[in-house]
Design a protein around this ligand. Structure first.
Ligand code: FMN
Ligand code: SF4
Length: 464
């Protein structure tokens, strides 16, 4: 198949991007303990740039870090000392002709680190009592990540107008730091229940001042942040805005009509692109795979298309969009850029393979949620099908200078992967299995779940 639309260059404001394939924002818990970008997170994103992504969006750099943080190893952009690491990151990504945008973020009522570490949790208004089932099916070690018996009591703080002014200034200063570091733009994260979407959503914002109530009032914080960021970075610096197109499972949550109105508003305020996402009632377990990181393919495409129709800006869409569909959607004008998360964790070379027309070589994601579960339990990202993801420095395959003949016994997924990796290092490998076909337990797992079959097919092809 010819992916001519995905391979086409595009623009976000003044920013030229070599293709329509972005790495979506993913907070991956790989930054240094002081919030700076060190070798580990730089290697993670550099690998994606090497793999051909046109644009990389850095997940959740905290504008007020450590305040407003939602991960222990989150990127920080709250102080000037964070600039050098971001600069090294930008240079590493630019070396592969890719562009990089920082997703500027404050966790608001989802600031898990503030809760754990006893800092005030800044919120628009007190949340309603939750009807939760999220914890019902968790394993003990997962529960431990949420409930630290040593943690101080949670201290919710309804923001005053002075707090709002401080926050706006922090977004502006963070954007200025991104620019100074040579980052190509910023994405204002206004989704996923974080600070700005907490204000936008009628479900979580019950304020009675000029920041609550009507649509205009709920959007006021976002508008003021955009204005302050624009003033800090100047007219040419690209700004995108990530918006929830819907809040699943929330009675009075954001609707697509609200999202369209917000998209028009941010366009009027001088934003250069809109990233379309979704959120959900976070207390309900099943909904975690039904909004921004969906199990159903193309889950958010309809919303992205509706927003695209209403505005004259590039629209970035994500949410299990396969390359074939992405190419068609871009061709038919439903959105402009596909931003991919899990597929790129599974195979960072996906964009290069698309451009080369070698789609059969792409290591398939099996949509098992192992990667994002790691973040939930406060660990660094990893991928069930790619052992190098998140360990780009430690586990890279280095060609051997002592090639050997090696027998791998057992042709299940582990045996096939081991054989592939040894072969890639330059050894002569023979793979033995007592069965007639390779696959082992993965062959059984494929009967129950089709994506496992894709992985099995891919592994068999690679070792053939
Ligand atoms: C490990 C992981 C971390 C994520 N962290 C963020 C984040 O920091 N900010 C954000 O806006 N979305 C985050 N997301 C959601 C993604 O941006 C995206 O919406 C989602 O992965 C769906 O795209 P995909 O189907 O291509 O993976 C994360 C997703 C994953 C898998
Ligand atoms: S295979 Fe699983 S762990 Fe890897 S990216 Fe896909 S969903 Fe995440």
């Amino acid at each position: 198949m010819n992916f001519r639309h995905l391979a086409q260059p595009c623009r976000i404001g003044s920013l030229e991007i070599k293709n329509r394939m972005a790495v979506t924002a993913m907070g991956v818990n790989l930054a240094e303990a002081d919030g700076s970008c060190g070798d580990k997170i730089i290697a993670f994103h550099e690998r994606q740039a090497k793999g051909g992504a046109g644009l990389i969006i850095l997940g959740v750099p905290g504008v007020a870090w450590p305040d407003g943080g939602n991960q222990p190893r989150q990127i920080a952009i709250s102080e000037d000392r964070h600039i050098p690491g971001l600069k090294t990151m930008a240079e590493a990504i630019h070396a592969y002709d890719a562009k990089v945008i920082a997703q500027i973020h404050h966790g608001g009522m989802v600031s898990a680190q503030d809760m754990k570490e006893g800092r005030p949790v800044w919120i628009p208004s007190y949340p309603k009592p939750a009807d939760m089932d999220l914890f019902d099916h968790m394993l003990p070690h997962e529960m431990n990540a949420f409930f630290d018996p040593e943690a101080p009591p949670i201290n919710m703080h309804v923001m005053t107008k002075e707090d709002i002014e401080i926050l706006i200034a922090k977004y502006a200063a963070a954007a200025a730091r991104a620019k100074e570091a040579g980052i190509d733009g910023v994405e204002i994260h206004a989704g996923h229940g974080y600070m700005i979407s907490g204000f936008l959503s009628p479900s979580s914002n019950t304020r009675e001042d000029e920041y609550g109530g009507s649509f205009e009032n709920r959007a006021r914080l976002l508008v003021e942040i955009i204005a302050a960021v624009r003033q800090a970075v100047g007219g040419d610096f690209p700004i995108s805005c990530k918006l929830d197109s819907k809040e699943y499972g929330k009675d009075s949550g954001i609707t697509i009509e609200d999202a369209i109105a917000t998209a028009k508003l941010v366009q009027d305020e001088g934003v250069n692109a809109v990233t379309v996402t979704a959120y959900h009632d976070a207390g309900r377990g099943a909904l975690h795979s039904e909004s921004h990181t969906p199990h159903l393919p193309d889950h958010n495409v309809k919303s992205a298309a509706a927003i695209k129709q209403a505005i004259d800006l590039p629209v970035i869409a994500s949410g299990r969009i396969e390359p074939e569909s992405a190419d068609q959607f871009i061709g038919s004008g439903r959105f402009d850029v596909v931003s991919m998360g899990r597929k790129v964790l599974a195979d960072p070379d996906l964009p290069n393979k698309i451009v080369a027309g070698a789609i059969e070589k792409i290591r398939p994601c099996v949509y098992c949620y192992c990667c994002i579960s790691q973040i939930y339990v406060l660990k660094q990202v990893k991928c069930a099908v790619n052992p190098e993801t998140g360990y780009e420095q430690e586990r890279q395959l280095i060609a051997t200078d002592q090639p050997r003949r090696i027998a791998v016994v057992g042709g299940g997924p582990a045996g096939m992967e081991a054989a592939l990796r040894l072969n890639e290092r330059g050894h002569r490998v023979s793979l033995f299995d007592s069965g007639k076909k390779l696959g082992g337990t993965l062959a059984f797992a494929s009967i129950a779940y089709e994506p496992n079959g894709c992985l099995l097919h891919w592994l068999r092809q690679q070792v053939a």
